[in-house]
Design a protein around this ligand. Sequence first.
Ligand SMILES: Cc1cc2nc3c(=O)[nH]c(=O)nc-3n(C[C@H](O)[C@H](O)[C@H](O)COP(=O)(O)OP(=O)(O)OC[C@H]3O[C@@H](n4cnc5c(N)ncnc54)[C@H](O)[C@@H]3O)c2cc1C
Ligand code: SF4
Ligand code: SF4
Length: 533
Amino acid sequence: GECVRACPKGIIGLISSTTKILHWNQYTECLAPCQQKCPAQIDIRKYVQYIKEGRFKDALLTIKEHNPLPSVCGRVCPEPCALACRRQISDEPVAINYLKRFVADQEYLSGTRYEVPIAADTGKQVAVIGGGPSGLSAAYYLRRLGHAVTIFEKMPKLGGMLRYGIPEYRLPKKILDWEIQGILEMGVQAKTGVEFGESLKLELLKTEGFDAVYVAVGAWDDQRLTIEGHDAEGVISGIKYLERFHTDEEVDKGEYIIVIGGGNTAIDAARTAQRMGAKEVSIVYRRSRNEMPANPAEIIAAEEEGINLRYLYGPQRVVIENGRVAGLEVIKMELGEPDPSGRRRPVPVEGSEQILKCDVIIEAVGQKPNMEFMKNDSHLKSIPLTRWNTIEASEDSLQTDIPYVFTGGDCFTGPALAIDAIAAGRFAARSIHYYLSEGKIPPIEERARDFIPESLLSELQGIKSKTRVHEPVVPLEERLGNFKEVEGTIAEEDALYESSRCLNCGIYCYNKDIVEDENILPVLQSEGDALAS
Ligand SMILES: Cc1cc2nc3c(=O)[nH]c(=O)nc-3n(C[C@H](O)[C@H](O)[C@H](O)COP(=O)(O)OP(=O)(O)OC[C@H]3O[C@@H](n4cnc5c(N)ncnc54)[C@H](O)[C@@H]3O)c2cc1C
Ligand code: SF4
Ligand code: SF4
């Protein structure tokens, strides 16, 4: 019951795996600030305490109650949870994601999967449309809840944007494949190369005996600029550019590359172009660095790798010579009043136009879902779309106007983070489970959506400062010309040390008695200094 969930020390362990999967944060619970901020609601303090005790397997199984892709997220999650970590009041947030990656990689390196409990078969069948992180997460939790699941994916392989968007140097395919294989080994079926809306329609799924459908098709359509010359040879979309590295399509390499945009796609395209041997790679972004939506760590890495970041420049027109791109005319911008998104609106400075030389332009100015398949399906077309071309569904259940059809991930929210899509997959699994077993979806009482105000402390007493660990990184001179993974996994001794920085927070309380290990601290501090120099 409530005491099991609330116990900050995790002493009482009677709660069933099914109950944990179906559970969502409530205002009435004793939640550490970090757990309130992780979209998947991972019990961070619990897994970090397990690491502190050397119980790495228990730590990983705790994470998997909320996230079936811990090695992936350990590499790509921008760690929104750390923004709320109470430790930063004293010095720096706990390296929550390095710790996650450490325990997940322990399992990967051992080559043996830890078994997770799977409920008895329910006799119900669920179709998942789209094998990205949201579809994979829904499939994983539905399977753990005892349902039979089949994923239908239009691309040749599962993984969605994790495979076809995020480059190898950030997320090696062998890591993604390992985690996907683990989901399939639980009995999840996958049919790839099947496009929903073409050969496969909703009616057919019903005829084949599927009781519910989860639509998680992502946001794969690039927003395109409408400037003069935007359709010239040599202008390519960011998603297409990245996707071509995983298909047989030829990639337009170029020597002088300009990437337009400020999100993850723009940075990934630029860092990829740099690795492909371009002479000069620039990013043109119309606002300042502070407004850039890309992960801050990626922006820093791009700067370190020599990418020329041109802030406050707006694209005006593509310069064309002999039928293909020869330059980009840009205009200087300054920041004006905030727009509806809260970011300051860029305003052009008259007479400041200039031409930047280039032979390839990569447009990465945003994505939106492609919903053509909905319009082609006589049943699905009754589900309304929003003005952002996302699917309309209930925020409280992810159920659409067709009661047995649910949706989540980027095609519901618009482009977001992998962990948002993963969280939506588990939330949809909860709704589908109740829909199939009880015929209705109970609301979550006191569902925690914002911070519990009492959990936001402004000072900590009795905590000695302790340096945060640094992850190992490949030196700059070894990064270019290859796609070797840049960031590494921390060592066991660093994981043990870092976990000891966690204050094991409750809602108002925290552990003031964390043991100081005077022997390990100076060693790590000098390593940190060496890395920083
Ligand atoms: C370049 C890039 C870099 C990113 N970097 C990060 C990062 O560092 N950190 C982070 O947290 N997030 C990052 N993201 C965002 C993250 O990848 C997405 O938010 C996440 O993948 C969304 O998951 P999803 O399952 O909703 O959709 P997707 O991952 O897009 O998966 C949707 C799946 O549905 C399939 N599909 C589409 N239509 C059909 C159909 N009709 N029939 C069958 N299958 C279909 C697609 O082929 C795809 O496999 C990045 C995104 C991009 C593009
Ligand atoms: S998945 Fe992301 S937000 Fe959640 S605990 Fe891990 S790093 Fe934090
Ligand atoms: S100190 Fe530990 S429990 Fe507290 S917020 Fe940070 S990671 Fe979470």
